[in-house]
Design a protein around this ligand. Structure first.
Ligand code: NAD
Length: 483
């Protein structure tokens, strides 16, 4: 049986993609759009049979894909890039309907095209790699680097195709076969990616997409002893569950987790640039792991910054993400909405003050929340230590560079940090002392695809991006020949 969703005239399969074929499950889960709650799709809900089928296919396809010449692997990945770009508008429509992010973002250079770029960038990097060799007195040492086997890639809902492509592309480039488990909240663009892979000539079984719930098919996939690598992006509790399952098989894991990142503005900063960038912390309704949700402001400019930021929010529009004048769309689902509002209401009742926002946009059960800036929290308050994952920022003053660093480092997380200052020496000095995998100085959300991304503390384990991805997805063998 074949099943499809129809989204703005775009037809998307709602079934799994296993061994080069669509596979349907009798059980299904409903996929709703956060824009208006409408039912988008009834998606195949995988279980033990589908997990086994996908891992069997990936295991069978592995030796041939591992031994496929890198030129051929790279050519298929480049073709995947081209085909995604050709269908970028369709991908963007579907992603917006499913995820609720701005259509203008998904159609732009940083959206679907950026996802496509992962395929071309890892193809380029693959062709540039050379296997290291060493010679010494009486021996030659040759290091060969190959794929590891079937890998399981588990993804969240907040940047579906972007985060999936970021794992799928290097895993395939390095010669692994893949079982991709998209989030049950945003299953659709992964299904489109499966079609792209077939059209690009990826052999059956090399990329498999299994749809379903995390605690069901996700848990089965990560616990399977055939799996040689697990890459997971999502929340800390899920990472703990996956690490526990993986420990049994000693399966190496890479974790990209949450954040509570600082956004530090020194008194000498270009305040216009800092305010413009602060406004971007509401991207994707704040549902971005890397946003700087804690504004730490030098006390000399604290009041002025808040005034300017409030003025800059004038005309900020929350609404349908398909409208071109919308700045921010809905939250992903009701549980997330309640969670975000719970954080805000507890903070307000504990004495915090909302400079702007502070609650839902409407009380009609829709998922639109007002962009919110809170001040006057108690030190150590929940709202400044826990990840909200919504359009909620806090602002706190600091009196010295030392204090700014201590506050910036004052959470269990360490994903990113953003600094605004005119003093390059200070920027360097502060950056070195911050617990963060990425530090942005006078800029935000820029990453060369060859550069690493990841976090310290509860923000993750390991790094991905560029060579760091290749390292994770590779098996390394040192062959020493005596002479
Ligand atoms: P989540 O942990 O609830 O789910 C993520 C994925 O894990 C989903 O596909 C889900 O089905 C699956 N899953 C759930 N339980 C599982 C289990 N027991 N075994 C295997 N798989 C399981 O996270 P979410 O709510 O989808 O995403 C939000 C979180 O992701 C936030 O904390 C955010 O900061 C984080 N995130 C991090 C990054 C990063 O790069 N560091 C990027 C995006 C999102």
């Amino acid at each position: 049986m074949m099943n499809f969703a129809h989204i703005d005239g775009i037809v998307v399969s709602t079934d799994h993609w296993i061994d080069g074929e669509r596979v349907s499950s009798a059980r299904r889960f409903d996929d709703h759009s956060p824009i208006d709650g409408g039912l988008l799709a009834r998606v195949s809900r995988g279980g033990a049979a589908e997990a086994d089928l996908a891992l069997s296919a990936a295991t069978k396809a592995f030796p041939e894909w591992r031994d496929t010449p890198i030129e051929r692997r790279a050519a298929i990945l480049r073709r995947m890039h081209d085909l995604i770009v050709e269908r970028a508008e369709d991908f963007a429509q579907v992603e917006t309907a499913d995820q609720g992010g701005l259509l203008s973002y998904y159609t732009g250079e940083r959206g679907i095209r950026r996802s496509a770029s992962n395929f071309s960038a890892f193809a380029d990097m693959l062709l540039e790699r050379t296997d290291p060799a060493f010679t010494g007195d009486g021996y030659r040492s040759r290091v060969s680097i190959t794929g590891t086997g079937p890998v399981v890639l588990v993804n969240p809902w907040n940047g579906p195709l972007l985060l999936e492509s970021w794992k799928v592309a290097p895993a395939l480039a390095a010669g692994n076969t893949v079982v991709l488990k998209p989030s049950e909240w945003t299953p659709l663009t992964a299904s489109m990616l499966a079609d792209i892979s077939a059209a690009a000539g990826l052999p059956p079984g090399v990329l498999n997409v299994v749809q379903g719930l995390g605690e069901e098919v996700g848990a089965l996939l990560v616990a399977d002893p055939r799996v040689r690598r697990i890459s997971f992006t999502g929340s800390v509790p899920t990472a703990r569950a996956i690490a526990t399952a993986a420990a049994h098989n000693l399966t190496p894991c890479s974790f990209e987790l949450g954040g509570k990142s600082p956004f530090v503005v020194f008194a000498d900063a270009d305040l216009d640039a800092a305010v413009r960038t602060a406004r971007r912390q509401f991207s994707n309704a704040g549902q971005v792991c890397l946003i700087g949700s804690r504004l730490l402001l030098a006390e000399e400019i604290y009041g002025e910054f808040l005034d300017r930021f409030t003025a800059a929010m004038d005309g900020f529009t929350v609404g349908d993400p398909r409208d071109t004048d919308t700045d921010m769309g809905p939250l992903i689902h009701h549980e997330q909405f309640q969670r975000v509002d719970g954080f805000v209401q507890r903070a307000l009742s504990d004495g915090a003050r909302a400079v702007f926002g502070g609650g839902p946009l409407r009380d009609d059960g829709s998922l639109y929340y007002r962009p919110t800036l809170l001040v006057d929290m108690e030190p150590g308050a929940e709202i400044v230590t826990e990840e909200v994952f919504g359009p909620v920022l806090t602002a706190q003053p600091f009196a010295s560079e030392e204090e700014a660093i201590a506050m910036a480092n004052g959470t269990r997380y360490g994903l990113t940090a953003t600094l605004f200052t005119d003093d390059e020496v200070r920027a360097q000095r502060v950056a070195e002392r911050l617990n963060a995998g990425t530090v942005w100085v006078n800029c935000f959300w820029i990453r060369d695809l060859r550069a690493p991304f990841g976090g310290t503390g509860e923000s993750g384990v390991g790094r991905e991006g560029g060579e760091w991805s290749f390292d994770f997805y590779s098996e390394v063998k040192n062959t020493v020949t005596g002479e």
